[in-house]
Design a protein around this ligand. Structure first.
Ligand code: NAP
Length: 349
């Protein structure tokens, strides 16, 4: 279906180093039309995640049509598909979208309404665009996969170690875990990331470049009840096995075969303590169109309420304008360092 209308976008025909101006290019492409449960969204702000870097890198041969990246969007519903029930034109929404579809680095974008939520009213579009992908990951990791209760009373004496606490996922995971009443120990390796982690609410920090057990002992912990691993799972596996409490639970969001790392997980290290190990991929629900995919709509709405009630805050640390290839290349370079603190957002085309 075509409406002969065009829109601005940023994309890549194939993987090139970011120093090459062709690595991400400004485009003028066809504006999409919503069908089924899709919303057509006027994109106001977007964020960049390590997922963008991964998809860009895998785009390793020249394509006829460019790959559009971008899995964090805040914008306004312009039009709804015929089967939509949750939103109407004019609604302000935020979402991550699906990695099996074009990303949101375009003036207009299609998203299934079941994975979009109402944008927090107290945030502007850029502050909201910092949140969806990382918050869905943190929420699903903590509450759906690790099975942590939302009740602060139940979590009173429970501890959580977050590995990579100052990054995009770690920042909001720290806030969510504190809200759920856990004692949070975040890992960070530099003065500025340590300070940011404490600002997000962490009770303690340790350094992910050193052994965990002696550092934990120093702050009064022999073991921790839960671990949320947001970085190199192989690098941290033996350390995690050592400090997790018997019958404790570990969730990782980083697959062991991630290209730059080598090795495999020695699951036997978790046997004697009867540890539960679980993966979290925030794209699972949209990728497999699971029956419960609307849970991402629900959790984004709950998150928005928590923000509007002052219980959580945006993790935005830096904003750039406008959304174009040159600025996106800059932000990709920053995220590629693996040293980001919070989230960088681009706004307005
Ligand atoms: N499965 C999923 O659904 C899902 C969703 C989102 C992200 N991810 C993946 O999860 C990872 C984190 O994502 P993110 O958006 O939070 O990334 P990010 O914002 O780029 O994370 C940056 C943080 O990582 C920390 N870090 C660097 N090296 C580390 C190490 N060796 N061990 C522990 N922490 C380290 C840095 O802290 P210091 O500067 O203090 O060293 C920095 O603050 C990425 O690999 C991403 O691809 C997966």
């Amino acid at each position: 279906m075509s409406n002969n209308q065009k829109m601005k976008a940023v994309g890549a025909y194939r993987y090139l180093d970011l120093s090459d101006p062709e690595s991400l290019v400004d485009l003028f492409i066809e504006k999409p039309i919503p069908t089924g449960r899709d919303l057509l969204v006027e994109v106001k702000a977007i964020s960049v995640n390590p997922a963008d870097l991964g998809v860009r890198k895998n785009n390793n041969y020249e394509k006829e049509s460019p790959k559009i990246l971008g899995w964090d969007v805040a914008g306004i519903v312009e039009q709804v598909g015929p089967d939509c029930q949750l939103f109407k034109p004019g609604d302000e929404i935020y979402y991550a979208g699906s990695v099996t579809r074009p990303g949101g680095n375009s003036e207009f974008h299609l998203v299934d309404e079941r994975i979009a939520g109402n944008k927090p009213k107290s945030l502007d579009f850029a502050q909201a665009a910092a949140l969806p992908l990382t918050s869905i990951t943190a929420w699903e990791g903590l509450f759906d996969r690790l099975g942590i209760s939302h009740s602060a009373e139940e979590n009173k004496n429970k501890s959580l170690l977050i590995i990579g606490a100052a990054g995009g996922v770690g920042s909001i995971a720290t806030q969510l875990a504190k809200l759920a009443g856990l004692t949070v120990i975040g890992t960070a390796s530099r003065p500025e990331s340590i300070q940011w982690t404490i600002n997000q609410g962490a009770d303690f920090t340790i350094n992910h470049n050193n052994d965990f057990a002696p550092q934990l002992k120093k702050i009064g912990f022999e073991t921790v009840d839960y671990i949320f691993c947001l970085n190199d799972t192989i690098q941290h596996f033996a350390n995690m096995a050592e400090v997790i409490a018997p019958q404790g639970k570990i969730c990782s969001i980083v697959p062991a075969n991630k290209a730059s790392w080598t090795g495999s997980l020695d699951m036997d290290l978790l046997f004697a303590k009867s540890i539960t190990f679980v993966w979290e991929l925030m794209f699972t629900r949209s990728m497999f169109q699971t029956k419960d995919m609307i849970k991402q709509h629900d959790l984004l709405n709950k998150l928005a309420d928590l923000i509007d009630n002052g219980k959580l805050k945006t993790t935005l640390t830096e904003r750039l304008e406008p959304i174009n290839a040159a600025n996106l290349r800059l932000v990709h370079e920053k995220v590629e360092t693996g040293r980001s603190i919070g989230k960088i957002v681009l706004e307005n085309f």
